[in-house]
Ligand binder design. Structure first.
Ligand code: ABU
Length: 360
């Protein structure tokens, strides 16, 4: 369907959604063990799993269950009138090396949100901190070229070297009662696109074990004076990405993770935004989560200011969203979440109907 908006046009998380990229399960591999692994994987008991199995395909039964979830998600999006695009399959099994490191394999194309940062009419390929994800942008090259031909701006942030100098030696994750720390040094700018969340002319970013201060500085300088990039103060023992922590869902409505957000930026308070405190996740402890935390419950996807796709089974946030005036649409997603991320992670919005403005 023809749109009145540029082919790439995304200013916030809630303007009416027209086109989105949804990740694929095909080709997905268990992330190979690397320096960053113990800094981002929440459970120590999983570290041996990664040491022993990293680089192998995920077991077939996990893949099939995740594929079923993604198919339901795509069906819902299309039924709600959204155009869904998919990444291209690339050779994830191929080991690769650079002058600075070697990787047993790539990981796949499950989570476009981490790779491509779409702001306004531009697509920014993120300078990602995981070595095994260094070539994940391959999966999106065909789509980026197509969007570029249709008028989008397309740029890659400086490709990181990811030598040992990018990671702190002998890093140990912080305990709950210690100050937040991440594995990254300031050797070079690093961020995953999911460390960033948009709110019109204001962009919010949290440091993590994929995002350093230099990455935030790079983004501010790259975007220039039209935008203000704010750093959000968070605490997480294994920090990775902002979208299960701090999420402006709609004008005047900020969803926060009560365990992680340490300080709400003053502009939200000054402008009278409602602070929506996310209830604890409902996912049972018995459900296997190999990469992310159960807080994926708040990793929802807004279709507009009211309609929101939420992971089925998360009854407490579903009830809260209704109380806050939203219209939740439930989608089975626990199996995809087991090996990858949530509904927001699994997507990147390409076009929403709206203009750049300030909400403060
Ligand atoms: N990409 C979101 C991951 C955050 C979490 O595991 O809580």
């Amino acid at each position: 369907m023809a749109s009145d908006y540029p082919v790439v046009n995304t200013h916030n998380e809630w303007d009416p959604l027209e086109e989105i990229i949804v990740g694929i399960v095909e080709g997905a591999r268990i992330p190979p063990w690397e320096t960053v692994t113990p800094a981002v994987v929440h459970h120590d008991y999983l570290l041996d799993f990664y040491r022993q199995n990293g680089g192998q395909p995920w077991p077939q039964e996990l893949v099939e269950a995740a594929q079923k979830d993604i198919a339901e998600f795509v069906h819902i999006l299309e039924a709600e009138g959204v155009t869904v695009r998919r990444p291209s399959l690339y050779d994830t099994a191929k080991p690769f090396s650079t002058p600075d490191f070697e990787s047993l394999s790539s990981c796949g194309a499950l989570m476009p949100r981490d790779v491509l940062l779409v702001i306004g009419d531009q697509i920014i390929e993120a300078p990602m901190g995981w070595r095994s994800r260094h070539h994940e942008n391959h999966a999106y090259k065909d789509l980026c070229k197509e969007y570029f031909r249709q008028g989008a701006r397309w740029v890659s942030a400086p490709r990181p070297q990811l030598s040992e100098a990018s990671y702190k030696k002998d890093f140990l994750p912080p305990a709950e009662d210690e100050p937040m720390r991440t594995i990254l040094t300031e050797h070079e700018p690093l961020f995953d696109a999911a460390d960033v969340i948009k709110c019109g002319k204001d962009i919010f970013v949290a440091q993590s074990s994929c995002c350093n201060r230099a990455g935030i500085d790079w983004l501010q300088r790259h975007l220039g004076d039209a935008y203000t990039v704010h750093e959000v103060e968070v605490f997480d023992t294994h920090p990775m990405h902002i979208d299960a922590t701090f999420y402006p869902l709609a004008p005047g409505k900020l969803l926060i993770n009560p365990e992680r957000v340490k300080k709400i930026p003053e502009i939200f308070k000054k402008s009278g935004w409602d602070i929506l405190v996310c209830p604890p996740p409902n996912m049972p402890d018995s459900h296997p989560m190999y990469t992310c935390s159960k807080w994926l419950s708040m990793n929802v996807l807004m279709l507009d200011e009211e309609r929101v796709i939420v992971s089925k089974g998360e009854d407490d946030i579903i009830r809260a969203l209704k109380d806050w005036g939203f219209k939740p649409i439930e989608c089975s997603f626990y199996h995809f979440e087991s090996i990858a991320g949530g509904l927001h992670c699994a997507t990147v919005d390409i076009r929403r109907r709206g203009e750049l403005q300030s909400y403060f």
